[in-house]
Design a protein around this ligand. Structure first.
Ligand SMILES: Cc1ncc(C[n+]2csc(CCOP(=O)(O)OP(=O)(O)O)c2C)c(N)n1
Ligand SMILES: [Mg+2]
Length: 327
């Protein structure tokens, strides 16, 4: 029992740290957008941290993931370098995409993040493609594709489900249902709002999970990875969650006639980080002062990353056409 608890404690601490890294990083990025230091768009993941964290901690380093326009969290949860992400969002040459991609086009090949896309649904094709590649190469690498509820309205979503099911590909579809696609609620866009049901017609096992409960997401992720690793085919996870900030940028968007303070507050009360921390308090999973120490370390890491981004040079204009065509 003690052994299990200490084993789990290490996992919970890792989850806490991973979610806090995303939260504090994005708060800092939001401040830099507010002050005008960052000029490109930044779609913030604050409030949804448990989804990327729960799934990515179930994956191996060499497994693949794909994200979309709101993917700082996936990059960090998979183990991507924070300073290189900050520099990318600042448009600096030291960024993970050499300053050419910005917030929406990030990559961390060393940890299996093969790309994020500003195209809604952009991860489906390459995601299913890497799963097919793993199969053809006889490797046991799994691919997880993260996408929003809005992406289930793209044609390629159904093509990807069909192809993955037909070939029993080692892929996990992770739908982050935050109830909104840009400024439209799901009820205004789809006849059903139980998105996991889309998978049923393809006979893909699917499950809806509380996306603010990192332990529940993680457990679901482990089961999906296990299936994929054993060559038992794809899984569809619908994680119910909510973004605290507006669609893009740091503002709350409470003044655009879309959502209410009450709705936002009801989700803030279910903060994924506080949820986990409260649980850890209850079961006595921290050593004395441990939470504060993690908080300090994360704050320091974020400050260092932002400092690195600020000090880094912009790409040289003479290199503008690099990477456009293959040499
Ligand atoms: C193919 C395509 N259509 C429309 C857009 C404009 N757009 C950008 S983000 C977005 C909303 C996507 O919503 P969702 O997939 O639920 O992700 P969320 O923003 O909620 O995380 C839209 C419609 C786009 N980028 N690409
Ligand atoms: Mg959405």
């Amino acid at each position: 029992m003690t052994e299990t608890l200490s084993g789990d404690s290490a996992l919970w601490r890792a989850m806490y740290r991973a979610m806090l890294r995303i939260r504090r990083f994005e708060e800092a990025i939001g401040d830099c957008v507010e002050s005008g230091e960052i000029i490109g768009p930044a779609h913030l993941y604050i409030g949804e941290e448990a989804v990327a964290t729960g799934v990515c901690l179930a994956l191996r380093r060499d497994d693949f993931i794909f994200g979309a326009h709101r993917s700082h969290g996936h990059y960090l949860a998979k183990g991507g370098d924070m300073a290189a992400l900050a520099a990318e969002i600042f448009g600096k040459a030291t960024g993970c995409s050499e300053g050419r991609g910005g917030s929406m086009h990030i990559i961390a090949r060393d940890v299996g993040l093969l790309g994020t896309s500003a195209l809604v649904g952009g991860g489906f094709g390459p995601g299913v493609g890497t799963a097919l590649a793993s199969r053809l190469q006889g490797r046991d690498r799994v691919t997880a594709i993260f996408f929003g509820d809005g992406a289930t309205e793209e044609g390629i979503f159904f093509e990807a489900l069909n192809f993955a099911a037909l070939h029993h590909l080692p892929v996990i579809f992770v739908c982050e249902n935050n109830g909104y696609s840009s400024h439209l609620r799901i009820q205004e866009r789809q006849p059903i709002d139980t998105l996991y049901e889309h998978a049923a017609v393809y006979r893909i096992p699917s499950i809806r999970v509380d996306g603010n409960d990192v332990r529940a997401v993680h457990q679901t992720g482990l089961e999906a990875v296990d299936r994929a690793r054993k060559d038992q085919g794809p899984t569809f996870i619908e994680a119910m969650t909510y973004r605290w900030r507006g669609h893009v940028g740091p503002k709350l968007d409470l003044d655009v006639g879309l959502r209410t303070r009450e709705e936002l507050d009801s989700w803030i009360a279910r903060c994924p980080i506080e949820n986990l921390a409260n649980f850890m308090d209850e079961v006595g999973a921290w050593n004395p002062g441990e939470r504060q120490a993690i908080d300090r370390e994360v704050a320091q890491e974020v400050a260092t990353a932002i400092g690195f981004a600020r000090q880094s040079p912009r790409p040289d204009p003479s290199e503008l056409l690099w990477h456009v065509y293959q040499d």
